[in-house]
Every structure is written in structure tokens, then in C-alpha cells.
Write a protein that binds this ligand. Sequence first.
Ligand code: IMP
Length: 504
Amino acid sequence: MLQGGIMTQSELSRTLESVFEKYPNLCVVGGAFGDEGKGKIAALLSHYYDVVARFAGGSNAGHTYFTSDGKKMVSHLIPCGLAAGKTCVIGRGVLVNLESLLGELDAAAQILGPIPAKAVLVDQQSVVWTPYHPILEAYFEQVRGAGMIKTTGQGIGPMAGLHRLRTGVLVGELFAGSSYCKERLKQLHDALWPLFSEMARRDLLRGINIPSADQVADGLLALAPKIRPMLSDTSFELCGRQKRGARILAEGAQSTGLDLSWGTYPFVSSTMSTAAGAALGLGLPPATFRHTLLVTKVLPTRVGAGPFPSEIWERESAEQFPKSHPELFRSGKPRAQYLKNVLVAVNAGSASNKDIARYFQVLGDERGATTGRGRSVGYLDLPWLRYAIRLNQPMALALTRFDMLSGLKRIPVVTEYLLNGQLVPAGQMPPSWELAYVKPLCESWPCWPDDISGCCQEDLLPQSARHFLTKLERELGVPILLVGTGPKHADIILRAGAAERLAA
Ligand code: IMP
């Protein structure tokens, strides 16, 4: 690890404050296929905002971050501002599993101590999870056969889909009187019943009993007293707070590549996860979030199915690898030896793509926080990022896991896509059925021998690492403001030039 004149936490805080005071409402979204480290960045920036609000996704998301005193937090529904004592809003664009939410609150209280009432607000008109949703999801996955999306199994697609069919039940409906609530759940049950009957007839339920509407209602109503204090008209609440000067950080979930409409459909999640979704999911005017920070990993990853042009090796192999080699995914001698040996082979040019992909997967501990599935790793993909930048128009980038390139002589970077012999124009993205066949064209970019993990000062980076960043900025036309060098809160570099330009 590099040593030297380290920027102190208070210097970092002061500089971050001077940059972000210019951006009273900020949106943080992911640039690739999820798991970019949005949680870490949102937690870091939450200190400069009053409210942190989730606008999309549901408990399919898995945001891992560390508190400023080093405690590890994993959240699925609750925005990453809880540890900083900020009001956390779960907006109307989020699909809410109440049991998960309460479990998460309990887990957070174990780490942070008692959570004040009203620390978390849930929109009263968010769609509520029922046991019907994962059953439907499993059915649709089965029907897709080889075209399976490989979802997280949280019932997200059916929750979003039934909402659009105006058959979803909303969180607040649990409080509108028990007979009203039971009637709404009966409508949902009855609408789905022909499908469930057919599934039973075809033996697709695999022993699962379909609960009656009353059983589902009783289960949800039992949770209601604990939810009641959190219930809110979040759009009205946010608007009121804004008028009183509150600053809002909109925390994205999933990512550009998983957005229902702008991702790699049908291999996507089911909500609006680009920056445009923030205003919609929180019920604020479109002009509210004029500034976006796009978070992207230096080596993107993907879980589940779907095209991933810069992928180094096979998805299936990546998914299974942590299960077949658990010793490589915990600290210890086997892991250290493995990483050392493969790095030598990578630098000697004798490592296969499979070895390289596995090296990065182990190095980055690339496993899903929600499902535990291994993530497949890809090379830095400029055509994809140009598309994400066109859609989200970020004022700056946060580049995470930059330390993963430490020790490498060089790394391929995808600079163009070739489709049917033609270059794909910058900013355009072919649809999934074509994206699967694009040929990524690569350049080899120099890396550096030093281990930069934990480095928190730009001028301590090796020269080639600094060149890497300026070259990437030039290629993308967007300043790189933050550079992640490890999982901890303080493992971050704030780039002075970008900070000055953004604070001006
Ligand atoms: P769903 O959101 O569970 O319906 O899953 C749809 C697709 O999005 C699957 O490929 C999932 O693996 C992927 N996905 C959903 N949430 C996340 C996430 O937070 N990180 C990474 N991938 C995700």
C-alpha cells in the first residue's frame, strides 16, 4: 500500500462539502450492469445531504458500504444514508417487501443502535410484495427456458408488471381498513387464480401451496403496526422539506444496463434505473435532479443472463466459481498464493481468458450481496459508457475499484463495437439481440506495478495510474471526480482538478 502525505478525513470532508454544496439535489446512478459501488458512494455523499431517497428497484438491490467508523452495512431497500443519521426515503418508484424492510431495520439497529422513528419513510402508494409474486416469477422464468433472465427471485418483475396492469396492492392499502385490504388482495388473487390453477395442473408449482387472499392479508396486516410510523406521502414530504432548504440525494439501484426500457431488454430489471427515473420515482418535477454522478467500476461485472460485450469469460463459470472454490473468496494463504501466481501468468501473457476472469473475480470478491451468485467480470467498456453518459448526462464520474488494476503491466480496454463489419456510432447501443454479436475492439492501456489499494491522494498514485485517469476522461468527455481504491469509507481519492472545476 502506498504511504505518505495522506489527505485527512476532515480535509476530504471539507473538499467534498465545497464541491457538493453547489449541487443541492444530486442523483447517483450506476453506469453498467449493477454492483458498481453506488452504496459506497451514496453513503460517502450522504453526509452532505439531508435526505437520501431510493427511487427504483426493490429488495433485488444489494448495497454494501462501511460506516465512517468501519462497520459493514448491507442494505437492500433502505437508502445508504442511515448510518450518517439522514432521513431515508423509500419512494413510490420502489417495490417494497415489508418483511425484508423490517428485517433490514432490525439488522441496521444491531449495528447502529436504536433507529429513531421517522428515520425511514416509505411511500404509502408503493407496490407491496405478496407471496404470489415470487411464484409468478418462477413460472415466467421456467417458461422462458433457455432465454431465462436469471432474476434475483425477489418477485420484482411481477410486482412491477401487475402494478402496470393496475392489479397491484399498495403499502397504504393495508391501512385502509381490513375489509378493504382483504378485498384488494382478493382481486389480486382472483386475477391470478386461472394461472395458478393451470400451473398446478401442469405440476409447475413444485409443492408450493397458493395462500388464500385472507392468509396473505393476515400476514401483511400483522406487519402493519410496525410499518405505520414510516408511512408517508413521500413526494409531498420531499417537496415540503425542499422548500425548507433540505438537500436531496437520490440513490439509484440496479443500473443503466438493467433499466427496463434503456437496458438490455429483456435481460433487465423492471424499474427505471437511469437518472430520469429519479424524479419519476420520487414524485418531484423533472428539473429537480439536474446533476448526476455516474458510478462505474473500472472492470464492470454482470450477474444473471444478458449481453455483456466486454465479458472476459463465461457467465456460468463465474456464477459457480465462488461455490466451487470458497477458499479463494476468504482471506488466507490459498487466496494470496492464487492471486500471486495468476498475476505472474497474466503479466507474462500466458494466462487464459478463464484465468484472467477468475483472477479479477477473486480479487474483487465479485459475488452478489443479494443472491451470493458469482459475478462475471468484463474489461472497461468505452462504447457502453458513452451510451450510459448520453442517457444520464452526468456532471462527473465516480470510478470504483481502480485498485484492481494494481500490479498489472497492461489491460485491454474496449474502445469500439463492430457490428456486421461496421463501427457502432458513439452513444448508440444496439438492441440485445444484436449486442450479443458485436465484436469489441480493444486497445491495450498501461497499468502500474504498485499496489494502490487504500490510496486516498491523487498525487500518490503512480504516474501511469494518473495517465490512465486523464486518458479515460478524455475518451469519455466527463471529469472523473472520485476514484475508489478499496471497500472502506476512506478508500477514496477526490481528484483536485475535477473538484475545482465542479466547485467553480
Ligand atoms: P430482477 O431485478 O430480480 O428481476 O432481476 C433481473 C436482472 O437484473 C437479473 O439479471 C439480475 O441478476 C439483475 N439484477 C437485479 N438487481 C441487481 C443488482 O442490484 N445488481 C446486479 N444485478 C441485478
